[in-house]
Design a protein around this ligand. Sequence first.
Ligand code: ADP
Ligand code: ADP
Ligand code: ZN
Length: 209
Amino acid sequence: MKLILVGPPGSGKGTQADMISRHYKIPHISTGDILRENIKNETALGKLAKEYVESGRLVPDELIIRLMRKRLKAPDCRNGFLLDGFPRTVDQAKELEKLEKIDMVFSLEVSDDEVVRRISRRLICRKCGASYHLDFKPPKKEGICDKCGGELYQRDDDKEEVVKKRLEVYREQTEPLLRFYDEKHILHRINGEQPIEKVFKDIQEIIEV
Ligand code: ADP
Ligand code: ADP
Ligand code: ZN
């Protein structure tokens, strides 16, 4: 099963991806997580990506495509995968098409106001990237990741001005993807403004028909 999750920043991609990946035993591949890991470790890719990520703009397609071409060749992707945050432009989607046949694309639909509400209270784990919310998904122990014990922090690009930029970038550069996949009849629109478990259930129902 080869799946894609699309949605504005803060729409719940990471949260759902984690549940889908555990339930269906397919790897969760998040380009955002990979980039943050590279930035933290100051790799060559991290150095190239840093200013884009911090300002809320997209990292150039070329870099992302090179990264994904390699990642999708790894043995754990043989029986399927779930992509979170990739593709983000129509050009990335066209490149992906040359590599893989995608079964389903889920679009998590959430308003701008809700995005701001979620992101302003989001915390993520420094070690494993898991995301939490101070009101909607609080960790069991304050400041500590339930899964790995890592330290929770607020992402630099979750500051209000950068979130505005990311939303603008989403509407301009990523939303056209929805039409691209709709024309291929593999797009499923999901109401992302429901409780976490209900969103997951809606996705499951589509996967299991
Ligand atoms: P994305 O990966 O799309 O940026 P996340 O999965 O990190 O989004 O979710 C953004 C924030 O909203 C997190 O703090 C997360 O805990 C919270 N969240 C995710 N899904 C929901 C939901 N259905 N209802 C309320 N809060 C949610
Ligand atoms: P979000 O919570 O906004 O969905 P992500 O963690 O997916 O955020 O991405 C964080 C940042 O990483 C983006 O704002 C962008 O700078 C960069 N990024 C992630 N995936 C891609 C991609 N496929 N193409 C270009 N840039 C990307
Ligand atoms: Zn963790």
